[in-house]
Design a protein around this ligand. Structure first.
Ligand SMILES: [Zn+2]
Ligand SMILES: [Zn+2]
Length: 181
């Protein structure tokens, strides 16, 4: 039978191991020490900021000046009502997207889902359905990254997901190697 001292020594040892093996932030590698931190540290999450500048009111393209429509949208009828972007594809957000999409780290979907949710609320989108863009079957992994986010959004917003109605015709280059610009 274990003595109390042995038991305590064992527990302390376990605690020390847990402490040392505590996870690190996937973006900056800092140890995750604060309550509620999971995969990404709070200081990295704070760096994800919504774009607050000017943009084209049709395609959402960011602009340095106040505009109604960008050059392309004023010349051409777009096949959609409008498109919006949360932030530029840089920094922490870009790293999270790449890790989620290409390393298939599924739990990261919660951060991305919360971004989509905030946009649905901000633009008061009343969609009948959510249709995730189908994933590119030519890519290495079979991870349906947008389908998983759509499922989460369906649970939160009650808007049904319609799958398999869109067909991807163009192959998109893998973003993993694309530059920040
Ligand atoms: Zn971090
Ligand atoms: Zn535009």
């Amino acid at each position: 039978m274990k003595s109390l001292t042995q038991f305590l020594a064992q527990e302390i040892n376990r605690g020390v191991k847990l402490f040392f093996f505590k996870a690190n932030c996937l973006v900056c590698a800092a140890p995750l020490v604060y309550r509620g931190e999971e995969l990404i540290c709070n200081s990295c999450l704070k760096k994800i900021e919504k774009y607050e500048g000017y943009y084209c009111h049709r395609c959402g393209k960011f602009s340095e000046q106040k505009i109604d429509l960008c050059g392309k949208c004023s010349l051409k009828q777009q096949p959609f009502i409008f498109q919006r972007s949360f932030a530029a594809y840089t920094g922490v957000l870009r790293k999270i997207l790449l890790l989620y999409k290409y390393s298939a780290i599924e739990p990261l979907k919660k951060y991305l889902t919360s971004i989509y949710k905030s946009m649905i609320e901000e633009f008061r989108l009343r969609a009948d359905f959510l249709m995730p863009m189908p994933h590119d079957l030519s890519h290495r992994n079979n991870f349906n990254h947008l389908g998983l986010i759509a499922e989460q959004l369906q649970m939160i917003t009650g808007i049904s997901v319609l799958d398999d109605l869109l067909i991807k015709q163009k192959k998109t280059p893998q973003q993993a190697g694309l530059s920040e610009k």
